[in-house]
Design a protein around this ligand. Structure first.
Ligand code: PLP
Length: 470
């Protein structure tokens, strides 16, 4: 992998070339290619240790991980018992190629994760992360229709203001316009409909609340495209990074399920961020009492101790492949990786033993009470949203008109870096991702073990930082 390389001193840069990166200091000159995705405007600390909800850098500074490291670390940092269990398992954890072997670790964790999934979900396909899970679901949907002779079904519908991953197919699913923009020529022709964004919904703006027109847009899109050509509808159960915690109305997914069923279209719920305890249920969709055809997972299922993702698949699709003996023409080298599955099982054991699949429902009340109280103190807080330990806050220049701050104010990035200076990590959403309409927003997704006192530290720092900026 190539790391950042500066042009040799004195060598002129040709006009069409990207100028050399010169802003990083020697301390930042890492050879690790993942630093490409970082923000060069600030220095990047080196994380050397984690414990509970805290991360520590090389200088010994503590950071309260209010973002749960991108919503990943559910069980908390520094759970060394996981690696002790791995060491004790010794050579009982072989690597075996999943197209040729299954392993006890894959089977055991498969049973475990299915035991907390909605009834009707029958099988699981393990991968290494969320993008892989969504990519897999997209292909499985297509092959399911093909094998049944429904060969025209190839179109995918998803929503604007959404994020499903960074690969070309999953970025095509995503409605995060600023991240798609550089790759527009490569995007697949995915059809996007309106997100359930009540605070800024063009449909229900003058109607006194949600009318579910955003859900009905799915039916209009299906009919416009030709129902016989549509394969699947993808949606984040709770919209994450692109809008920070949009929770649709209680009847939204029932309507979506009905529409999908009416036209034979598969419904895929992306729970990479919202699932596995974040909302106070094993899977967020359980609050809507709807069973999707597939649920995609990642992040918290490995809790950062191993790269792990999964596609949970319903009985209809599972039984079709089982009974027809059709083979799903797909597979990553690391699909069903035994060590990752073993670690997934240890995470599952801790989650079960410590009640972490449901704890967010209770502790999240404290987070939301504190955020709602903060809204009373700061006129720039337009909306507090989310569920459980998924807290979203949207900021506005004017609460009455909901006008966002001007982009050049860089409100979100100043807030996120101000919090980091105060030793608290939160996630910054993308301003203007909804066709330039949405405002600044942040997301708070701490580990599920967070205490009320730690939530207080986080919200107090937020109070202080907002005060300093606004
Ligand atoms: N889906 C959602 C809802 C996500 O939030 C993410 C990552 O943030 C992904 C998919 C992609 O997951 P990964 O980064 O593990 O590929």
């Amino acid at each position: 992998m190539r790391a950042v390389q500066n042009a040799p001193a004195g060598e002129p840069t040709k006009p069409h070339e990207t100028p050399p990166l010169t802003r990083h200091t020697p301390q930042q000159e890492s050879q690790v290619s993942s630093i490409f995705s970082r923000d060069y405007a600030s220095e990047l600390p080196t994380a050397v240790r984690g414990e509970g909800v805290y991360l520590y850098d090389a200088d010994g500074k503590a950071y309260l991980d209010g973002m749960g490291s991108a919503g990943v670390v559910g069980i908390g940092h520094g759970r060394t018992e996981i690696y002790q269990a791995l060491a004790a398992a010794g050579d009982k954890v072989p690597f075996a190629y999943s197209a040729q072997f299954t392993t006890p670790w894959q089977e055991e964790f498969g049973k475990s994760i299915l035991s907390v999934a909605p009834k009707g979900i029958e099988s699981v396909y393990f991968v290494s992360g969320g993008s892989e899970a969504n990519e897999t679901a997209l292909k499985l949907a297509r092959q399911y229709h093909l094998e049944r002779g429904d060969t025209q079904r190839q179109k995918i519908i998803s929503r604007w203001q959404s994020y499903h991953g960074v690969t070309i197919a999953t970025l095509s699913l995503s409605g995060r316009t600023s991240w798609r923009a550089p790759y527009t020529p490569y995007m697949l022709p995915v059809i996007h409909i309106a997100p359930p964004y009540e605070y800024r919904c063009a449909y229900c703006k003058d109607k006194g609340g949600c009318t579910l027109d955003c859900a009905d847009e799915l039916e209009r899109a299906i009919n416009l495209e030709g129902p016989e050509t549509v394969s699947a509808f993808f949606a984040e159960t709770i919209v994450g990074t692109t809008a920070s915690g949009l929770v649709p109305r209680p009847d939204y997914y029932k309507r979506i399920r009905e529409i999908c069923d009416r036209y034979g279209i598969l419904f895929v719920a992306d729970e990479v961020l919202a699932g596995y305890g974040r909302t106070g249920r094993p899977f967020a969709i359980q609050d809507w009492d709807v069973v999707p055809d597939m649920i995609t997972c990642g992040k918290a299922i490995g809790s950062g101790y191993a790269p792990l993702g999964a596609v949970l698949i319903n009985d209809k699709i599972t039984n079709f492949f089982r009974e027809s003996r059709k083979r799903f023409v797909h597979g990553f080298t690391y699909s069903g990786h035994p060590t990752s599955c073993f670690i997934g099982q240890q995470v599952f054991n801790i989650m079960s033993k410590e009640g972490l699949f449901t704890r967010a429902a209770e502790i999240g009340k404290h987070l939301h009470a504190r955020l709602n109280a903060l809204q009373q103190r700061h006129a720039c807080i337009g909306e507090v949203r989310g569920r459980g330990l998924y807290g979203g806050v949207e900021f506005v220049a004017d609460r009455a008109t909901r006008a966002p701050f001007p982009a050049e104010m860089n409100f979100t990035s100043r807030l996120v870096s101000g919090m980091k200076e105060r030793g608290v990590i939160i996630g910054g959403g993308v301003p203007g991702a909804n066709f330039g309409q949405g405002g600044d927003h942040i997301q708070i997704t701490p580990p599920f073990i967070v205490s009320e006192a730690e939530i207080d530290i986080l919200v107090d720092a937020l109070d202080d930082t907002i005060g300093a900026i606004a």
